[in-house]
Design a binder for this molecule. Sequence first.
Ligand SMILES: Nc1ncnc2c1ncn2[C@@H]1O[C@H](COP(=O)(O)OP(=O)(O)OP(=O)(O)O)[C@@H](O)[C@H]1O
Length: 223
Amino acid sequence: MSESTGVIAENLHRGYSVGKKRVEVLHGINLEIQEGETIFLCGPSGAGKTTLMYILAGLERPEQGKVWVDGIDLYAQNRRQQAKIRNQRMAYVFQNYYLMPELTAMENVMMPAMISGRDMAERAKASLSRVGLDHRLDHLPAELSGGEQQRVAIARALVNSPRIIFADEPTGNLDSRNGSQVMEMLLELAREEQTTLVVVTHDEELARHSDRTLIVKDGLVAD
Ligand SMILES: Nc1ncnc2c1ncn2[C@@H]1O[C@H](COP(=O)(O)OP(=O)(O)OP(=O)(O)O)[C@@H](O)[C@H]1O
């Protein structure tokens, strides 16, 4: 445990073996994300943006290197402790929303609150209200537009007041108007809550919103 807050990556290496072939993706990445910062990870397709984000987010173990989250050495923790850190401090927004199809908007947003055992319904309602979906509480995902589904996913991400939100191509399935709206909403809410926000996108135009943009290329990152 160290005194620092935010996310620190030290010398991250990750590659994949497919059959006899080996692909080296990350070649020793070092970076520091301050608490409350909005950071975009950009770069060409296949450069390793998602791989890097998953490692920072506790979703994929690096082959070498360390990730510190609020001073905790993430991958030195056992699986249960890692799950607890993810549930208490982190939230995720994905390109495909990953809503449970058989649950209503309200029930989807209540899910992480149930896991962490807090008062569910009020928090879920408040969170959906913040993304402008008070009138869609009882709709199933299939009864919502793409933009609305992503707003439910954002409400779900916010419900436990996470320290860090990781968003992987959050506007990738939306047209440009809906995409901008969703991105602006995510940025505004993260700023209001002083939540650290890490966004992966190949759309450098969106990166104008960030405090800092890092380009992932050739296995390394550059400002
Ligand atoms: N599980 C896996 N097994 C084998 N190779 C993988 C695996 N996951 C990723 N890769 C390879 O690692 C490289 C980086 O993938 P990654 O998804 O991190 O890139 P990206 O920068 O997010 O790309 P995009 O913008 O196209 O989504 C790619 O060449 C991909 O084929």
